[in-house]
Each structure stands twice: as structure tokens, then as C-alpha cells.
Design a protein around this ligand. Structure first.
Ligand SMILES: [Zn+2]
Length: 332
């Protein structure tokens, strides 16, 4: 009898340990990742969906993808890479293309990037930003915070440099890439052109190379891998407005706690990548002007957060009005 009781008690104990383990797993995304990789495809908007992208498809086979997340209301590169990296609206950062191209970003900026937040919490973190469009490393990513900044105005050569960086044994906690050739084709030929869609396929090849370099160097374990875009393009080419083709952008994530087949909710913005990045690495969300949020249907067991509207009410109203116009003009 005593033996049976002890077996039952042992079984109950094991079950409770398993249950606790499971409960912790469900809520263990915060800080569950050692590294975040953000790969930006400038100008690709929602159109990754329309191109032949075998690498994107294999990378996000078990991941979460939203092709219709929203860009900042001014659908240019500065406002959007600025928002993606700071979690703050363009309405506040005012990081338009002219500003980020001409004004160097200081370490004590009012709108710190995710690089800066990681640096403040971890003086030893390895951080790097590899960009085709040099303005990002000039006017968005801060100077003197120890981010290795590399600017190469050719996506293929940029990919070579990225793979060399990883093959050399670098192990960044946060790594950002911006490819730019899709945007060039968008400007030249528009978002319905074969040239534009084919270039997304070419950059998909670079994406695959970066991913495989990470894999070969053992850096994908405990990594969150994100692909996004800053804006799309009109039919005739160009951006800056609020048509659906310019405003819809891709946000895709792959990692051990990402919902397989997740869609991310309809309030998702590319700006939210700042919140997703800090959450995954285990850093508390900043106060002040930070209005990025964790979308629903992204991480297992993690509910979507409400956007802190009151922090940036003007942006909220402008974005909402712009979105109504976007919806109406996309129907008529
Ligand atoms: Zn752009």
C-alpha cells in the first residue's frame, strides 16, 4: 500500500513538474533569444508574396508572415527604417530622407534605436548594421555606441561582406541588413513590372545566402530571424503616398517560439519590429515615445498588446485617417 502511494505521489510530482515546465514554456518568449537578425528589403512592400521566393518560403515554412502590415504614413525609406529601428512614429522622429542623409545621429538622441537600447543594457553586445543605403547608418543608427556599420551600394557585394563577417566568427546579438536593389527596380519600372518582381527573386537569393551563412556558423540556434520592408511602390513606380501598394509591407518572423503559420494581427506595423526585437532579447519596453507593440498570432502563448495610443495621439489620428483614405481609394 505504502509502495503504491509513493508511486502515485512520484507520478503526481512528475506531472506537476511537467505542467510547470509547460506553463513556463508557454510564456518563455521574453528573453528566449540570444540573437535577432533583421533583414530589410527596401521597396519590396507586400510584393514578396507575388515573386518566386524559394528561400523566403523555406525560412518561414514554420514561421509567421504578414504581407499587409502597415508602413509609416510617409512611405519613404527614412521614416520607415527610422520607425522600424526606434519603435517611434515618423510623426515624432521626423526622420525623412533629407534628415537622415544630412544629420548624423548622436548616441544621446531623443529616439534611440534598438541597437542603443541593447548597448545600454549590455556593454559587451556585438552589434552590426550592413546597409546598401548609407543614410541608415548615418542618420538613424547612432554613432559611438559600438555598432559596426558597413555601407556597400551593391546588394550582391553586401551579401559577400555579410557572409565574410559571419565566417570570421562574429556573433552579434543584433544584426541589421538593408538591401536596396528592389527599390531601384521599383522606381524604374513600377510594382507591376517583371523587372521589379524578378529583382525580389534575386534578393531572395541573397536572403538565402545570408541565412545559410548563419546556419553554417551555428548562429541560428536561439535566433529570431525577421524579414521586412519599409514601403512598396505604385504601379508606375515611386512611393511616399498612402495607396495600398505603397502602404502594405511584409513582416515575417521565424524562431523557436514563433507561431507556425501565424499571421500577426491586422494592427501590425513594421514599427512593431522594435518591440518584437527587444522582447525576444529580454529587454523591457522603453517608456516615453515608444509605440511599437507585440502583435497577436506571432509568439506562442503571447497575447497581442494594445498600442499605447495616448503616447502619440496625433500619429494615431493621422494614421487612422490616412488608412480610411487608403481603404476607400483601394476600392474605387
Ligand atoms: Zn525605401
Amino acid at each position: 500500500m505504502k509502495k503504491i502511494l509513493s508511486v502515485i505521489m512520484a507520478a503526481a510530482l512528475m506531472l506537476s513538474v511537467l505542467t510547470i515546465g509547460f506553463a513556463q514554456d508557454k510564456d518563455s518568449t521574453f528573453g528566449a533569444y540570444k540573437r535577432v537578425f533583421i533583414i530589410g528589403i527596401d521597396g519590396a512592400g507586400r510584393f514578396i508574396k507575388d515573386a518566386d521566393t524559394p528561400n523566403f518560403d523555406r525560412i518561414f515554412k514554420d514561421g509567421a508572415v504578414n504581407y499587409t502590415a502597415r508602413a509609416e504614413v510617409k512611405t519613404d525609406s527614412g521614416p520607415n527604417w527610422g520607425a522600424i529601428l526606434t519603435g517611434v512614429s515618423y510623426f515624432k522622429t521626423k526622420m525623412d530622407n533629407g534628415v537622415v542623409g544630412s544629420v548624423e545621429r548622436a548616441a544621446d538622441t531623443d529616439y534611440p534605436t534598438v541597437f542603443n537600447y541593447v548597448r545600454r543594457a549590455n556593454p559587451d553586445a556585438v552589434l552590426a548594421s550592413y546597409c546598401n543605403w548609407g543614410s541608415i547608418n548615418h542618420g538613424i543608427v547612432e554613432n559611438e555606441i559600438g555598432v559596426e556599420k558597413v555601407n556597400i551600394g551593391d546588394d550582391e557585394k553586401l551579401t559577400d561582406a555579410i557572409c565574410e563577417y559571419f565566417d570570421a566568427g562574429n556573433t552579434p546579438e543584433l544584426f541589421f541588413v538593408q538591401f536596396d536593389s528592389v527599390d531601384h527596380e521599383g522606381h524604374s519600372h513600377g510594382s507591376k513590372s517583371d523587372e521589379f518582381i524578378n529583382q525580389i527573386n534575386v534578393v531572395d537569393g541573397y536572403l538565402g545566402r545570408v541565412y545559410d551563412c548563419l546556419k553554417e556558423n551555428g548562429l541560428l540556434e536561439d535566433a529570431l530571424f525577421i524579414v521586412t520592408a519599409d514601403h512598396g511602390h505604385t504601379v508606375n513606380g515611386g512611393h511616399g503616398g498612402i495607396t495600398m501598394r505603397e502602404t502594405n509591407v511584409t513582416v515575417a518572423a521565424a524562431g523557436k517560439t514563433v507561431v507556425k503559420g501565424g499571421k500577426l494581427d491586422s494592427d501590425t506595423r513594421n514599427r512593431d519590429i522594435a518591440a518584437i526585437t527587444l522582447y525576444a532579447l529580454g529587454y523591457e519596453k522603453p517608456e516615453e515615445d515608444f509605440t511599437a507593440r507585440i502583435p497577436a498570432d506571432l509568439f506562442e502563448g503571447v497575447d497581442g498588446e494594445a498600442r499605447p495610443v495616448s503616447k502619440d495621439f496625433a500619429d494615431y489620428i493621422i494614421s487612422a485617417l490616412a488608412w480610411v483614405v487608403t481603404l476607400i481609394t483601394s476600392i474605387v
